[in-house]
Design a protein around this ligand. Structure first.
Ligand code: ZN
Ligand code: ZN
Length: 87
């Protein structure tokens, strides 16, 4: 991952309001940290980067199997029983 100073587009390296978009507007900052300008190519690159980052995420933690659930229910019952005794 490259470190980009705020105020510099991480993709095209512009400093804001320097790229010309296809609609004729100058680019603006597309994120709050000012590291992504709104040039179409940069927005596309950012979308692609986000898509890849999402795909690279580790798989979600495994769902508890039915034995875990059974064990949890048992523990809950025991807790309740202990609580009842104490009260
Ligand atoms: Zn840019
Ligand atoms: Zn730009």
């Amino acid at each position: 991952m490259t470190l980009v100073a705020p105020g510099t587009c991480r993709f095209c390296g512009c400093h804001g309001e320097s790229c010309t978009r296809s609609d004729g507007d100058k680019c603006w900052w597309a994120n709050s940290t000012s590291t992504l300008c709104s040039a179409e190519a940069c927005l596309r690159a950012e979308a692609e980067r986000a898509r890849r980052a999402k795909a690279a995420l580790p798989p979600p933690p495994r769902r508890p199997n039915r034995f875990d659930i059974w064990d949890e229910q048992k523990q809950r019952r025991n807790r309740r029983r202990r609580k009842g005794k104490a009260a």
